[in-house]
Design a binder for this molecule. Structure first.
Ligand code: ADP
Ligand code: MG
Length: 249
């Protein structure tokens, strides 16, 4: 046996359970995402996808099990939690930008407050990130002045400004007008190509086929299938996955 310390998975969930009252929404979830891997999470509405995302950065407490990010167990609360949470960037369906702050201020706020970066440094990084997502020319505007696609790209830049190790996306294009979906998916694809570890809940099957290393299919709080996109889309094993694909494709 090798004595070298193995690289820990970037995300590791072991036997995670979560209830809302009588509803068992996460049932013994085991999930490992190695560094640099892109995992797309698919599944019908109500299957627990959002709850899993929220559990992964402790926006949602779990009842049992363990979650580690980059080999460090997620603490339940306190300053250690804040630090680890900063390692996990999250982008939601609703962009959640601060309406009364400019795009630039939206992106610099976290690094200045949480990461203790200087205003000058935060601004420089923010402009680089806004340029990377293609909206540097919108930096001085307010969220409402941007299109939905631009706002979502700003939200991605804001998450990246914290220098996360992992990015979680929960249906990032579901609230967008159809013509804006692709620009956000393109931004996400670039991020994946740059080697970011990503967990993406989406119904965009084209993105899943092209960008995902793995597809995790959830139903009723369980991971029912965990396969390569090719395996999953051409030969789903479970009836629930077949049924889901039949409805969505
Ligand atoms: P998905 O994202 O796959 O649609 P969710 O994780 O949002 O699923 O929800 C899983 C189940 O948990 C659903 O039945 C949902 O109604 C329920 N649920 C989600 N959040 C709460 C909550 N805060 N309180 C009670 N039930 C909830
Ligand atoms: Mg959801």
């Amino acid at each position: 046996m090798s004595t070298a310390t193995p690289t820990p998975p970037m995300i590791q969930a072991v036997a995670v359970n979560k209830h809302f009252g009588d509803l068992h929404v996460l049932k013994d979830i085991n999930l490992e995402v190695p560094r640099g891997q892109v995992v797309v999470v698919l599944g019908p509405s109500g299957s627990g996808k959002s709850t899993l995302c929220r559990a992964l950065n402790r926006l949602e407490p779990i009842d049992s099990g363990e979650i580690s990010i980059d080999g460090k167990p997620l603490p339940a609360e306190g300053r250690a939690l804040a630090a680890l949470r900063a390692d996990v960037g999250m982008v939601f369906q609703q962009f959640n930008l601060f309406a009364h702050k400019t795009i630039l201020d939206n992106v610099t706020l976290g690094p200045i407050k949480v990461r203790k970066v200087s205003a000058e440094e935060a601004r420089k990084t923010a402009m680089e990130l806004l340029d990377r997502v293609g909206i540097a020319n919108q930096a001085e505007k307010y969220p409402a002045q941007l299109s939905g696609g631009q706002q979502q790209r700003a939200a991605i830049a804001r998450a990246l400004a914290m220098r996360p190790k992992v990015m979680l996306f929960d249906e990032p294009t579901s609230a967008l007008d159809p013509e804006m979906v692709q620009e956000v998916l393109d931004t996400m694809t670039e991020l994946a190509d740059d080697g970011m570890t990503m967990l993406v809940v989406t119904h965009e099957m084209g993105f899943a086929r092209r960008a995902a290393h793995r597809v995790v299919f959830m139903a009723d709080g369980e991971i029912v299938e965990d396969a390569t996109p090719d395996e999953f889309f051409t030969a789903p094993k479970s009836d629930r996955a077949k049924d889901f694909l039949g409805k969505i494709l």
